[in-house]
Ligand binder design. Structure first.
Ligand code: PRP
Ligand code: URA
Length: 212
């Protein structure tokens, strides 16, 4: 399917199991928050699979040999506020030296269009590869705006990490930002009339922060 080009669905059993916990309406705020973070860590493992390596010589207690180590590519992660914040710690568990930018967007409930209210990026963002974090890709409006925003800083390589994506959101990102690779744990069926993902998990921000 052409739409699924550059879309990586992380179908690892642990991810799929944990996603069931998020979908369950009985899951409370503490568990929801913990599991979002755990899934982000597991997805990070996949999203960093193509990080460049370089040779390094190491003297083990037995001999000296050449091994592979990270080439030291600079990374930044950019959560879309609020819900993307829930994924930050999980990513930093694996990439503790990543810098963190923030972009505040909310969806206007009437128009479903993203409205920007905050932005703070690392000063050297243009030298870094960026992973944008948001648990939900629904219409794709928020993610598309965030990608464009970061492209305006002259960032060359951007990945988008979502936990659940709707086909509508994937299609929009494919069309508006064909260079961006998408990592998600599931592609759900559709959006409902209010722009919520079906079956989805409800409002990610509310469930992470216990609002509503
Ligand atoms: C949610 C979600 C995404 C956006 C997805 O945020 O976290 O950012 O909606 O929808 P879209 O793909 O149609 O743009 P929301 O606007 O509810 O803000 P919040 O994180 O502050 O709750
Ligand atoms: N934002 C959410 O938090 N959930 C959805 O299903 C859609 C947008």
């Amino acid at each position: 399917m052409e739409m699924m080009e550059k879309v990586h669905v992380v179908d690892h059993p642990l991810v799929q199991h944990k996603l069931c916990i998020l979908r369950d309406e009985r899951t409370g705020v503490k568990d929801f928050r913990e599991v979002v973070s755990e899934i982000a860590t597991l997805m990070c493992y996949e999203a960093t699979r193509d990080l460049p390596l370089e040779d390094i010589e190491i003297k083990t207690p037995i001999t000296t040999a050449t091994f592979k180590t990270l080439a030291g590519k600079k990374l930044a992660i950019v959560p879309i506020l609020r819900a993307g914040l829930g994924m930050v710690d999980g990513i930093l568990t694996l990439i503790p030296s990543a810098k963190v930018g923030h972009i505040g967007l909310y969806r206007d409930p009437e128009t479903l269009e993203p409205v920007e209210y905050y932005c703070k990026m690392p000063t050297d963002i243009s030298e870094r590869d960026v992973i944008i974090l948001d648990p939900m890709l629904a219409t794709g409006g928020s993610a598309s705006a965030a990608i464009q925003f970061i492209k305006n800083y002259d960032v060359k390589h951007i990945k988008l990490m979502n936990i659940i994506a709707a086909p509508e959101g994937i299609e929009r990102i494919r069309k508006e930002h064909p260079d961006v690779e998408i990592y998600c744990a599931a592609v759900d069926e559709k959006l409902n009339d209010h722009g919520y993902i079906v079956p989805g998990l409800g409002d990610a921000g509310d469930r992470i922060f216990g609002t509503k």
